[in-house]
Design a protein around this ligand. Structure first.
Ligand SMILES: NC(=O)C1=CN([C@@H]2O[C@H](COP(=O)(O)OP(=O)(O)OC[C@H]3O[C@@H](n4cnc5c(N)ncnc54)[C@H](O)[C@@H]3O)[C@@H](O)[C@H]2O)C=CC1
Ligand SMILES: O=C(O)[C@@H]1CCC=N1
Length: 273
């Protein structure tokens, strides 16, 4: 792929995850720039991954062809307006990773720059195991779409959506969902410890079970996940009792409502910011 010069504006958790994945998977560190108001996160990125850093957004933008908008949604407007004032944005491709900010709103914030692709990555990108949803409006060229897709393929799987509203569903299913799995594992580890297993062993038990289960799902695409569940569930056995308890507490409903809450928050952010 082309290794265009790319600037990450905002060097927080998500930028760090993507930049780590990019460098580990062969995107040249000399073509990656990051800016952030404070120094420590930049120094860490420079020292560990060898990328170019600056505390000035304008400075990195001036050197790059692709700009990743990676600040918190509520800070995006001010950041974009400062950038637009630098008069160095014409012709550049913008890739937003922000939750809840529609392309149209980003174009306004960028004072008319219209080459904006919206994406929703997740933090496992740091390990090359990310999942990113992407949406490109009609004005984006095939070459720019291909670049964005290949860029994010460096850090995991990608899925394009053809309606922008579906990015909110990508947030619920993949952007936010690593945290759901972490919450589930925390609860399992806690209960294993309550039953008498020591902290480290409890963590090993739940993390290895999760890893094995995830790998089984990935290695058996021909099987529905429900079939894999059935293979564990002996008639009259322990798993059946645990699953009955989940069903009695409406696990599916809890999950559905939580994902709907994530979508509703994304929609609220679109109205607020
Ligand atoms: N953390 C996650 O799992 C995911 C986050 N996102 C999106 O990524 C974006 C960033 O989120 P995180 O990395 O989690 O937040 P973060 O707070 O870790 O990182 C944001 C960074 O932006 C910096 N910043 C603040 N104002 C700035 C400015 N004017 N110019 C340059 N940098 C500035 C902050 O100092 C901070 O280092 C958000 O829009 C979020 O919706 C998307 C997918 C997943
Ligand atoms: O919680 C958030 O708003 C961001 C977007 C998806 C993951 N973190």
């Amino acid at each position: 792929m082309q290794h265009r010069k790319i600037a990450f504006i905002g060097a927080g958790n998500m930028s760090k995850s993507i930049i780590s994945g990019l460098v580990k998977n062969g995107y040249p560190a000399s073509s990656i720039f990051a800016s952030n108001p404070s120094r420590p996160k930049l120094d860490e990125l420079h020292n560990t991954l060898g990328i170019q850093i600056s505390q000035s957004n304008a400075e990195v933008v001036a050197q790059c062809d692709v700009i990743v908008l990676a600040v918190k949604p509520q800070l995006m407007e001010q950041m974009c307006s400062d950038l637009a004032a630098s008069n160095t944005l014409d012709g550049k491709l913008f890739i937003s990773i922000a939750a809840g900010l529609p392309v149209k709103r980003l174009q306004e914030m960028l004072q008319g720059q219209d080459k904006v692709i919206r994406t929703m990555p997740n933090t496992p990108s740091a390990l090359g195991k990310g999942m990113t949803g992407l949406f490109a409006p009609e004005n984006i060229s095939t070459a720019d779409k291909e670049y964005a897709g290949q860029l994010l393929k460096h850090v995991g799987e990608i899925a394009w959506v053809n309606e922008e509203s579906l990015i909110d569903s990508v947030i619920a299913a993949a952007g936010s969902s690593p945290a759901y799995f972490f919450a589930f594992l925390e609860a399992m580890q806690q209960e294993a410890e309550r039953q008498g297993i020591d902290h480290d062993t409890a963590r090993l038990l739940v993390q290895q079970a999760m890893l094995g289960a995830a790998e089984m799902v990935c290695h058996n695409p021909q099987l529905e996940i429900s079939e894999l569940r059935a293979q564990v569930t002996s008639k009259g056995g322990t798993t059946a009792k645990a699953l009955e308890s989940f069903a009695a507490h409406n696990l599916s409903d809890i999950v559905a409502k939580s994902m709907q809450a994530a979508v509703a928050r994304a929609q609220e952010m679109a109205r607020t910011f």
